[in-house]
Design a protein around this ligand. Structure first.
Ligand code: 4AD
Ligand code: MG
Length: 430
């Protein structure tokens, strides 16, 4: 008998098949008819044990099928429009593989701290399962988009002697007697790779010692960072909006069931169409100064400020040309040298910044000056300066936070649910 995934059962109507999975739920409607809901990672299946059709021994042992017990079940697949997935199984046999007693996550409501302690089990729950499917699909859509357009993946190192995004959030470690840091961003290496290949991206985990507890900050998060030779800031924003439109469209189509499970209002995603509004930092701060009294011009946006800005448009909005004081050392100066050629993309519905990027300083002397202004050690950046010495070019790129993007697409505000095993200020286990 063939072992089949629940998601493929529609192709097996009228056949006897084998399913391997876990008990999701059970219900005994009478002595003669009992229901077993199975999950196998690919979907849920309603299995029916009928007296007369299912051998008695399995009906008698029905009570042993406790939540999350692993089983192998065989039976006949029948079409049933009312059942999840459009099919159900008339059970012929049930074999218990691993008993599960007192599974801690029951169908009743649990508090989040408890669920976080049991993250290794929480991942099996319906909603968490749906979020991880969206995450996987979104990430694949991002990579496919770039791979199909001539980008190549050039991984950046995790261990590095350089900082990229300021020195206050560095995780440091001993590297055979030398100080090393966990990468905050693969960007500097992506720049070197772009000068070798033209269009590249780096994809991997990034680390920031974020000491504040917020729903938008993890200490370990995944970032995909495209970097393009001969791109200026406008070309960068053109690419970002086309990329985001594509990713959202793919997920809305391919993850219809998951988004339904998450009760996501998909109409909010369907209107994510190019072009996205582009406002300068100056314009953004004029809006904020009018609408709130906790914003000072020249300062960075807090979560509340991003919400005010993004709620105005109902689709993602770019903010560009930031005051130099609030951005990292590598940005190119704007026409007005008080500002730099950065661009952030703010997601709608208060989800805040999902993309940070910009045009890089390509002039050797300017970059050197900047390193000194930011009190960075010139020797550690010698290789990075070289890129401005041997055929320097205008170039730009961006970093998209996978968790922030997944949170927005799923309508899940706290990042702890958007990565399998989140790392935050007080979270190192499981
Ligand atoms: O804006 P950031 O700091 O930009 C960079 O790191 C650039 N070097 C990227 C580049 O141009 N190649 O971070 C980029 C994105 C943010 O927009 C956000 O989505 C995410 O990374 N991010 C975080 N996500 C979760 N937790 C954190 N602590 C994050 N910090 C940034
Ligand atoms: Mg940023």
């Amino acid at each position: 008998m063939s072992w089949v995934s629940i998601k493929d059962l529609k192709k097996h109507i009228g056949e006897e098949v084998l399913i391997k999975g876990w008990v999701y739920n059970t219900r005994a409607s009478s002595k003669n008819i009992k229901f077993l809901i199975l999950r196998d990672g690919s979907g849920l299946l309603q299995c029916v044990l009928f007296k007369g059709e299912t051998p008695e021994e399995f009906i008698n042992r029905f009570d042993e099928l406790t939540q999350e017990t692993s089983v192998e079940v065989t039976g006949l697949i029948k079409e049933d429009a009312r059942a999840v997935g459009g099919v159900e199984m008339a059970v012929r046999s049930v074999k218990i593989i691993g008993i599960s007693t007192d599974y801690p996550i029951t169908p009743k409501e649990h508090g989040t701290p408890f669920l976080m302690e049991n993250r290794h089990l929480w991942l099996r729950s319906k909603k968490q399962h749906a979020i991880m499917r969206v995450r996987a699909r979104a990430t694949k859509a991002m990579r496919d988009y770039l791979d199909d357009r001539g980008f190549i993946c050039m991984e950046s190192p995790i261990l590095s002697a350089n900082s990229c995004e300021g020195t206050t959030t560095l995780f440091s470690c001993d590297y055979f007697g030398e100080q090393a840091y966990l990468s905050q961003s693969g960007q500097l290496y992506a720049e070197a790779s772009a000068l070798a290949h033209g269009k590249v991206y780096t994809f991997g985990p990034t680390f920031r010692a974020e000491k504040s507890k917020t729903r938008r900050h993890l200490t370990e998060f995944w970032m995909l960072e495209p970097e393009m030779a001969f791109y200026d800031l406008d070309m960068n924003m053109d690419l970002i909006e086309d990329f985001i439109e594509h990713v959202v469209r793919v997920v809305v189509v391919d993850c219809k069931n998951e988004l339904e499970t998450l009760e996501r209002d998909v109409s909010k995603l369907e209107c994510v169409c190019k072009p996205f509004p582009r406002i300068s930092y100056k314009e953004a701060s004029d809006v904020l100064l009018k609408e709130t009294d906790d914003f000072e011009e020249g300062g960075d946006f807090g979560g509340g400020h991003e919400t005010i800005l993004s709620e105005k448009y109902g689709k993602p909005v770019f903010v560009y040309d930031f005051p130099k004081e609030i951005k990292a050392f590598y940005f190119k100066r704007s026409a007005d040298p008080k500002y730099v050629r950065g661009c952030d993309l703010l997601a709608p519905e208060g989800f805040g910044e999902i993309v940070g990027g910009g045009q890089r300083e390509d002039n050797y002397d300017e970059l050197l000056k900047r390193l000194h202004e930011y009190e960075l050690n010139e020797a550690d950046y010698k290789w990075y300066l070289d890129l401005r010495k041997y055929g320097s070019i205008p170039h730009s790129g961006f970093g998209i936070g996978i968790e922030r993007t997944v949170g927005w697409i799923c309508g899940v505000p706290h990042l702890r649910e958007t990565i399998p095993f989140p790392r935050m200020l007080n979270n190192l286990r499981p």
